[in-house]
Design a protein around this ligand. Sequence first.
Ligand code: GDP
Length: 505
Amino acid sequence: DVDCIYEALMNTAMDIDSLEADSHLDEVWIKEVIKKAGMKLKWSKLKQDKVRENKDAVRRPHADPALLTPRSPVVTIMGHVDHGKTTLLDKLRKTQVAATEAGGITQHIGAFLGEKITFLDTPGHAAFSAMRARGAQVTDIVILVVAADDGVMKQTVESIQHAKDAQVPIVLAINKCDKAEADPEKVKKELLAYDVVCEDYGGDVQAVHVSALTGDNLMALAEATVTLAEMLELKAEPTGPVEGTVIESFTDKGRGPVTTAIIQRGTLKKGSVLVAGKSWAKVRSMFDENGKTINEASPSMPVGIIGWRDLPSAGDEILEVESEPRAREVINWRKYEQEQEKNKENLKIIEEKRKEHQEAHRKAREKYGTLHWKERSFIKYQEKKEQKPLKLKEKAERDSHVLPIIIKGDVDGSVEAILNIMDTYDASHECELELVHFGVGDISENDVNLAETFHGVIYGFNVNAGNVIEQSAVKKGVKIKLHKIIYHLIEDLQEELSSRLPYTV
Ligand code: GDP
């Protein structure tokens, strides 16, 4: 998080030298920051300067209508689980292949099979939402599958919502009509409540009674889909740089990151350089929906793409760029931008912590005035002793609500800062801190002995514990906790306190 700290310094334009000397805490805080940042500061600044300018890749403006040519519809099958989506998709694809191969059928079913329908493998609803959230509109038509023996269910309603939000028209497939208990009319009536009005009821949604299992009426479903597609007059520009959307992405053992995508503009060729999300690709090879290698993919075609450096996500926009260096530039910018977002969040957290600690420091000063921290801690220690004359050791043994601690810091200021913060945390906890000992310098054998006697924990800030000391601590069952950031130490302390709280019902 060095970048983040660096940003913090830059943003607040803090002048280190002019820090008020009276605030030890701030001084300690800033010193931490500087130390951490120092090493990478230069590197981080260089890097930022290089990518600071937005050189992202974006979609081209709308095409000249003269360049547009008709394209096939991209269809997504949606519906409640077990209503027959997978079976239907499988059958529809086979029907399509069979119909195209047996040329004779074409005449019987009319012109519509001349158009090829691209059926998207049912993306999970989550994937569909993700795509929509990114503004990726890949689907032209939704085939809504509702089982006639089950009716409208939760995911049916969600599917309708998805389609409506994306303004994608619906063709209704009332499935499982082969079943004795099938009641297609009931389905149509139920759908009225969700503003899906079938033609029978005066609406414009075509409803087809089918059986994915027997294959009954699937041609009619295909015909309804193509009729709708024709009305939509779908067109795309087959030339120019490629634009598309990632439908799925996965890692293949042999081929590395692979995506399936829908091309929406331009024609994808081997060797094209693409960016998607925070990854880029030089297209090594492509395959169609049957896994066959292809050399080109034009609009509306689903295509498998191999050659990605990393794995893009479903819904990511694919854009062709002119060269590999250009792809790197785009990816660098996108990563930088993401980092900036993350930094902003981190900054907020740091700022909150800083305020908390400042407040603790202020309160302690109010209470103890200008007393030196050693005197002050002594007073505090005495106060506690008077309140509870019981000997610490006995108390700790008897009472699990006490956490005896030893604090060691690198300089006076840091010890003071920690004690100040402890003051405020202490009072607000059910479990109590007992300061057994504190001081400046590395962890010593004496500290370990004390901790052993009192069953305490040693906390060190910016100090070390030698090997010998550590081994001795392990032997004696004493915890030594070393930190380099104050709020980490305090957090650790709080965790330790919470762990000692009795279980409450
Ligand atoms: P999905 O979860 O929506 O993809 O549903 P599936 O395609 O996996 O189908 C769920 C179950 O319903 C499977 O056992 C199918 O064999 C069965 N099924 C699908 N379509 C039909 C149909 O038209 N008639 C009958 N009787 N069963 C069907």
